[in-house]
Design a protein around this ligand. Structure first.
Ligand SMILES: Nc1ncnc2c1ncn2[C@@H]1O[C@H](COP(=O)(O)OP(=O)(O)OP(=O)(O)O)[C@@H](O)[C@H]1O
Length: 233
């Protein structure tokens, strides 16, 4: 479904991504890991179209996305949940979800299925954004992206700044999301959570891939070593 081939990304003269390749099949979950500044968010921006690749190719369903604007990528089935839980704070949970479904594709996601994936949201459906906890805001942001019925969901650091018990709640939804056929590319610094939900993991160091493997074959120590550039595989 998603295929990156030797992608470079620059911010002006600064090269943040160096020749990254990855493949992600339909229904799979890939966790992208790495320390702060490794290039994870930059990579998600190159897939969602917020940044262009300066070399290499980003293909979605076999089509090269070069020159395709972010809103066209959303229409094609790519939805990004950016870092920072940017929901509409003056709207209720349900209104936020409805905004996400404004230009929806056909598919399994609607208010009922989002509330099934995130039972905590069902109880808060009439509550406005300012009165939600960090975890509830994060769940709303993910639910809002699902309402568009993406084929590929990009999640940037969903656990950032949340208490471990809340992170567990959010992560419980991921197998439900996958079971409905949605493909997920997630950026995550919480190694245990990432290994628990992902089919494949990829670890970046200074914009380069230093580890790429099926999640079941990787240990926390492998990832820690890759984070710090101690071992490549
Ligand atoms: N707007 C920008 N202009 C210039 N350089 C940038 C910009 N955004 C990010 N960078 C640089 O690109 C590199 C990769 O940043 P990126 O945000 O992708 O890393 P990350 O792995 O997502 O880290 P974090 O966990 O801190 O978000 C870093 O060296 C960062 O300083």
């Amino acid at each position: 479904m998603l295929d990156l081939e030797s992608v470079d990304v620059h911010y002006g003269d600064f090269q943040a991504i160096h020749g990254i390749s990855l493949t992600l099949d339909e229904g799979e979950t890939l966790a992208m890991m790495g320390a702060n500044g490794a290039g994870k968010s930059t990579l998600l921006k190159a897939v969602s179209g917020l940044l262009g690749a300066s070399a290499g190719a980003v293909r979605f369903g076999g089509h090269d996305l070069a020159g395709t604007a972010p809103h066209e990528r959303v229409a094609a089935g790519i939805s990004l949940v950016p870092e920072g839980r940017r929901i509409f704070k003056s709207l209720t949970v349900e209104e936020n979800l409805q905004v996400g479904g404004y230009s929806r594709r056909p598919g399994p996601w609607n208010l009922t299925s989002v509330f099934e994936a995130f039972p905590l949201l069902a109880e808060r459906r009439g509550r406005i954004g300012t009165h939600l906890s960090g975890g509830e805001q994060q769940a709303t942001a993910i639910g809002r992206a699902l309402m568009a019925n993406p084929r590929l969901l990009l999640l940037d650091e969903v656990s950032l700044g949340l208490a471990p018990v809340v992170v567990k709640d959010i992560y419980q939804a991921l197998p439900v999301i996958s079971s409905r056929g949605t493909t997920v590319l997630l950026v995550e610094q919480d190694v245990s959570q990432a290994l628990a939900v992902a089919d494949h993991v990829q670890c970046l160091l200074e914009g380069r891939t230093v580890l790429e493997a099926p999640a079941a074959t990787v240990t926390r120590d492998d990832v820690a070593a890759a984070y710090f550039g101690l071992e490549a595989r």
